[in-house]
Design a binder for this molecule. Sequence first.
Ligand code: SAM
Length: 214
Amino acid sequence: MDIIHPDIEKYIDHHTTGESDLLQKINRETHLYELMPRMLSGHVQGRFLSMISKMISPKCILEIGTYTGYSAICLAEGLHEGGELHTIDINEELIEKNKSRFHESGFGNKIIQHVGNALEIIPGLDKDFDLVFIDADKENYLNYYQMVMENLKPNSYVLADNVLWSGKILAENGSKIDKDTKAIIEFNNYVQQDSRVENVLVSIRDGLFLIRKK
Ligand SMILES: C[S@@+](CC[C@H](N)C(=O)[O-])C[C@H]1O[C@@H](n2cnc3c(N)ncnc32)[C@H](O)[C@@H]1O
């Protein structure tokens, strides 16, 4: 399901600041060489993440789901002076290429890569995150949210990607749905009733939840 009319998408694209040469290269390489290039945030969402990060000016960012490093670089653009971004991915094949991408971006000394299962890595990160981007396996969205929410200080932010899940979140009650759709629906409902936060579901790309801990 197209969430936004393709002509409107094009219009949005043409009225959004362009990608840097490096981000364009990562976008191209991801489409040429990686499985499931649709996972990449891409131009408009990338600029949105960068803008949000610049507005918050976080000292410490956690990203769950690095993939080809595109969103990590966008988020790092807004880091407070001396800030750092921790990014986790289970796929160790990505690490070397991402290292050189982060170096090329100028954020090489600010982006710390962690390889492994985020569920096991997050509890060992003793950091005060003020911005968290959840963008890994959908079935663990709620687990990631619960893990990070416990330690977030008031006025910290969580962003969660793909929360419209190509429109599959509209599945009728009782209809047969796959486990990822079920997980996203449960996550969205949980956030909506969580009295610790205020939240806005933004219909950018595949849906992005903006969540603020009160
Ligand atoms: C949607 S992609 C991330 C896209 C990236 N944030 C961007 O916007 O360009 C999801 C990534 O999560 C990783 N992933 C999946 N399950 C994971 C887990 N349990 N722990 C850590 N990373 C995981 C995958 O290897 C994949 O690279």
